[in-house]
Design a protein around this ligand. Structure first.
Ligand code: NAD
Length: 443
């Protein structure tokens, strides 16, 4: 932590009773601040993040290769998450339930220490999805960033300290997943794990958490469909499809990497789509005009290459030559729907295009995956939009758009895409335990 000054203690306002005297050391390892103070601290933290958006964005560009536009959005998203969570602190109330012979009340109590294990693809926002509501609900947080992206997380911890978040409530623990991440999973003092990453590791973590009945939220992979019906605005659907899987160089669990097109519109849609793939600006992520940067690492580049095997029919955009983990925007057509590129999460700038016959066939194809995170559908028929949205087994659907993540709406996966929900109106509740207390009025 860079700040040498001790964090200033916020006050509770003139009507609140004076805080009880704390024993020596209580400011370092004491309980969570009172709700109004907690909200104020989180707002101050949000303001501090807001004042350092450009700095965090540039760090993100250097560390993860994100385009500068995306990186600014990501840093701003952390500010918004903190503000949103701050608004929930004083609204996090239990209930009073009518019962015979007394009064029944519930308390939403903090769980304790939350271990947030974050991935490298959106290091800051995904860390904050866990961090902000967990702190707001009165917990302490230990954040384990991914091996390749610790810097923005460490800087975030400094900003938290500067904002007055007590040191014992938020710590960053960089290190290898199998060491530092596993230590959080195994530690009896950690009450809940919030994990985002691969389905393989997620399953291991869930199994280990089961041993202790430790709470766990999992945000895992995806192979999300983008369903284009013949009655859609094909121009709009084709214009939106490229960045729906190329954003963040395809390293996005919500990437719409299975483009399903009704057969009667298939040829026309491909004609409209191909120029959009070929014209994506790939290059230096610090350049404001760049739409897509490099992949995160050589390992990720090799992984993406392994999926686009010789003999596949492709439409490709351009990518820089020379040093860097570059891979061009790639569309795979005429592919067997059971091929690995059509079924597994590539996590790179690669999508497949598959034809379907009718609504029933579209839903069947969309659901023919172990994943169920996101999906989009394009149609002018409102009845169909609702029917298909309900029939696709995924947590986040969008109609005539590719939006899926907002801090104010719930996010999470069906099937092997995850367990539990983050964000949205119930975000804080996920970091509490409900306690029921009955008080007899007849004693
Ligand atoms: P990963 O699952 O190995 O890593 C994610 C996080 O978990 C990192 O912080 C890592 O250090 C930690 N971790 C790894 N092993 C652990 C263990 N045994 N115990 C506790 N923590 C552990 O993911 P990866 O290797 O970085 O990426 C591999 C693939 O995972 C990607 O190609 C992609 O398909 C998928 N992925 C998905 C998301 C997503 O948002 N859903 C994010 C990142 C990666």
């Amino acid at each position: 932590p860079s700040s040498g000054a001790p964090p200033s203690r916020p006050t509770t306002g003139s009507t609140a009773p004076p805080p009880a005297p704390r024993p020596p050391g209580a400011t370092r390892r004491g309980p969570a601040p009172a709700p109004a103070d907690r909200a104020r601290l989180l707002r101050r933290f949000a303001a501090d993040v807001d004042g350092h958006i450009e700095e965090q964005a540039l760090l993100d560009v250097r560390e993860a290769g994100h385009t500068i536009g995306n990186a600014r959005w990501e840093a701003g998203n952390v500010r918004d998450l903190l503000d949103f969570a701050a608004g929930g602190v004083e609204r996090l109330s239990g209930r009073q339930i009518p019962v015979a012979g007394g009064i029944d009340v519930t308390f939403l109590e903090p769980l304790g220490v939350i271990g947030v294990i974050a991935p490298w693809n959106f290091p800051l926002p995904i860390a904050a999805w866990g961090l902000a509501p967990a702190l707001a609900a009165g917990n302490a947080v230990i954040l384990k960033p991914a091996e390749t992206t610790p810097l923005t997380a460490l800087r975030l911890a400094e900003l938290a300290l500067e904002a007055g978040i007590p040191e014992h409530l938020f710590q960053v623990l960089p290190g290898r997943g199998a060491v530092a991440g596993d230590a959080l999973v195994e530690h009896p003092g950690v009450a809940k794990i919030v994990f985002t990453g691969s389905t393989r590791v997620g399953k291991q973590i869930m199994a280990k958490c089961a041993d202790r009945v430790k709470r766990v939220t999992l945000e895992l992979g995806g192979k999300s469909p983008n369903i284009v019906f013949a009655d859609a605005d094909l121009e709009a659907a084709a214009a939106a499809a490229p960045m729906a899987f190329l954003d963040n160089t395809g390293q996005d669990c919500c990437a719409r990497t299975r483009i399903l097109v009704q057969r009667s519109a298939y040829d026309r849609f491909l004609e409209l789509l191909a120029p959009g793939i070929e014209s994506v600006v790939v290059g230096d992520p610090a350049d404001e005009k760049t739409q897509m940067g490099p992949l995160i690492s050589r390992a990720q580049l090799e992984r993406v290459r392994s999926y686009v095997t010789d003999g596949l029919t492709t439409v490709r955009g351009a990518a820089p030559e020379g040093p860097g983990f570059w891979y061009p925007p790639t569309l795979v057509t005429d592919v067997d729907p059971t091929a690995p590129v059509a079924t597994e999460e590539v996590f790179g700038p690669v999508a497949v295009v598959l034809p379907f016959e009718d609504e029933e066939d579209a839903v069947r194809l969309a659901n023919a995956t172990e994943y169920g995170l996101s999906g989009s559908l394009w149609t002018r028929d409102i009845g169909r939009a609702l029917r298909v949205s309900r029939a696709v087994a995924a947590g986040n659907l969008s109609v005539n758009s590719h939006s899926s993540v907002r801090y104010s709406t719930p996010f999470g996966g069906y099937k092997q895409s995850g367990l539990g929900r983050e964000l949205g109106p119930d975000a804080l509740t996920a970091f509490t335990e409900t306690k029921n207390v009955f008080i007899s009025t007849e004693a």
